[in-house]
Design a protein around this ligand. Structure first.
Ligand code: NDP
Length: 241
C-alpha cells in the first residue's frame, strides 16, 4: 500500500504542484483547501487527487478533517503544511484582524494540523512533516510583519519538533521559497514585480511551483531520513541564511 500524504492548501499554487509531484512519486495524496470550491473541483478532475475542505486555522476542523482523510485513505504518514495567506500592510496601518488572520492560518495552522497526526506517527515510528515557510520568514519583509512573524515561527516549530520526533522516526523540515509565480505573487502590482522584486533575484526570474515541489518530494522520501530540522532555501540566490 502506498503511503498517504496530506497537503494543506494542496489544490492551488505551490500546494497543487506538491500534491501532483507526490502523486507522481507514488503516494496516495489528499489535498486540503479552504474555500475555493471551483479551483478544488477543477484540480480534482484534472489530477484525480481527493480534495477535502476545512480551514487549517480551526483546530477542531483539522481533527475532524484528518479523521475523514484517514478513514478514506489510511493513516497520514506525510504531512505538508503549505496553506498560507497574506494580509500585507505597513505596521502602522496593520489591523489586529490582519495580524490575527495571518498568525491563525500560517502559524497556528501548523500546530492545528501537526498535533492530530503526531501520535500516529510516533506509534508507527515513521513520519514526514514538511513546513512551507518563506524567504520573508528568514529575512523579514517591510509590509509583512504578520507574515514574517508567522513564517519565522514555522522555522522555530520545525526545529523543536525535529528534536522531539527524531527518536520516533519522524523528520520535520522546512522549505523556504523565494518569490514563486503563483496567484499570491502575481497579485503583486506588475510594475513592482518587474522593477523591484525580480531585479533582486540573482537568477533573474520567479521560481516555479514545481521547483518547490521537488524539494518536498525529496524531504518526504525514506532516503531523507537523516535530514531533520533543516531548512531548504529555494529562492534563486536572493537570500542566504
Ligand atoms: P496560493 O494563494 O496560490 O494558494 C494558497 C492555498 O492555501 C490555496 O489552496 C488555499 O485554499 C489554501 N488556504 C489558504 N488559507 C487556508 C486555510 N485557512 N485552510 C486551508 N487552506 C487554506 O498560495 P501559494 O501557492 O503562493 O503559497 C503556498 C505556500 O507557500 C504559502 O504558505 C505561502 O506563504 C508560501 N510561500 C509562497 C511564496 C510565493 O512566492 N508564492 C513565497 C514563499 C512562501 P483555497 O484555494 O480554498 O483558497
Amino acid at each position: 500500500m502506498s503511503k498517504v500524504a496530506l497537503v494543506t492548501g494542496g489544490s492551488r499554487g505551490i500546494g497543487a504542484a506538491i500534491s501532483k509531484a507526490l502523486k507522481d512519486a507514488g503516494y496516495t495524496v489528499a489535498a486540503n483547501y479552504a474555500g475555493n470550491d471551483e479551483a478544488a473541483a477543477k484540480f480534482k478532475e484534472e489530477t484525480g487527487i481527493a480534495v477535502y475542505k476545512w480551514s487549517v486555522a480551526d483546530y477542531d476542523a483539522c481533527k475532524a478533517g484528518i479523521a475523514q482523510v484517514e478513514a478514506d485513505l489510511g493513516p497520514v504518514e506525510i504531512l505538508v503544511n503549505n496553506a498560507g495567506i497574506t494580509r500585507d500592510a505597513m505596521f502602522h496601518r496593520m489591523t489586529p484582524e490582519q495580524w490575527n488572520e495571518v498568525i491563525s492560518t500560517n502559524l497556528n495552522g501548523v500546530f492545528n494540523m501537526t498535533h492530530p497526526v503526531w501520535p500516529g506517527m510516533r506509534d508507527r515510528k515513521f513520519g514526514r512533516v514538511v513546513n512551507i515557510s518563506s524567504i520573508n520568514g528568514q529575512k523579514g519583509q517591510a509590509g509583512q510583519a504578520n507574515y514574517s512573524a508567522a513564517k519565522a515561527g514555522d522555522i522555530g516549530v520545525t526545529r523543536a519538533l525535529a528534536q522531539e520526533g527524531a527518536r520516533a522516526g519522524i523528520t520535520v523540515n522546512a522549505v523556504c521559497p523565494g518569490y514563486i509565480g503563483t496567484e499570491m505573487v502575481r497579485a503583486i502590482d506588475e510594475k513592482v514585480l518587474a522593477e523591484r522584486i525580480i531585479p533582486q533575484i540573482p537568477v533573474g526570474r520567479l521560481g516555479e511551483p514545481e521547483e518547490i515541489a521537488r524539494c518536498v518530494v525529496f524531504l518526504a522520501s525514506e532516503e531523507a531520513g537523516f535530514i531533520t530540522g533543516s531548512t531548504i532555501s529555494a529562492n534563486g540566490g536572493q537570500y542566504f541564511s
